[in-house]
Design a protein around this ligand. Sequence first.
Ligand code: PGA
Length: 260
Amino acid sequence: MRKFIIAGNWKMNFDVIESLTFVKELTSKLAAVDINNTDIVIAPTFTALYPVSDSLKNEGNKTISVGSQNIFWEKSGAYTGEISADMLISSGVEYTIIGHSERRQYFGETNETINNRIKASFENSLKPIFCIGETLEERESGNEKSVVSKQIKEGLLNFSAKDLENLVIAYEPVWAIGTGKTATPEQAEEMHSYIRSIISEMYGSEFAEALRIQYGGSLNLKNAQNLLSKPNIDGGLIGGASLKAIDFSEIIKIASSIKK
Ligand code: PGA
């Protein structure tokens, strides 16, 4: 069975001190909880990556992993504002979010640059969380599946199943991100099952069955149970609700209590 993966995408929120305070709160809320079958990831801003992973290490915490919100594909050099896989690894990073819709929308990410970033992640043994999803306009014109299919095929172009053994896909309909407008569990399930079918065509059914597909877009305490209970939804990539330790820890507990 697939293990749930609940990831908090903090976006551009929390400075170093706030990040450390959050981590203390989260670990204390989860201390007495038996986390079953659920991986937990938090993705702070770059400046907080090392302090957060160091603090988790010092606490002896093995249940929470650290993720970055981006990665660049070159090793080093004149690339102002970018960050390499080695730099992330030396900051204690294990997962890396790639191709988030805000990166596509505001920072010119394309399926091609996303492909390069995914390559840099698996070549350096970082685990990519590859984000895909359609805009409202694309959904309303009935093109959501073709958009998602193109994002997958171009984002994963030329990679083998072996390259992608640590891949996680996050389906995040753009119209649901930060809007409070969640996809219904049925809408999300339909797309997740479609994504799994494309992956099955590309890499075979065994690979597709093992692949974890997260839902993202206004996932919160109220809708977590219904979304996460769907057969093809294997976790969440959570923005707003991941900024409150109480909500985030409760969502983790919900995931951990679901048996499929
Ligand atoms: P949201 O963000 O939960 O605030 O909608 C999700 C995301 O962008 O990953």
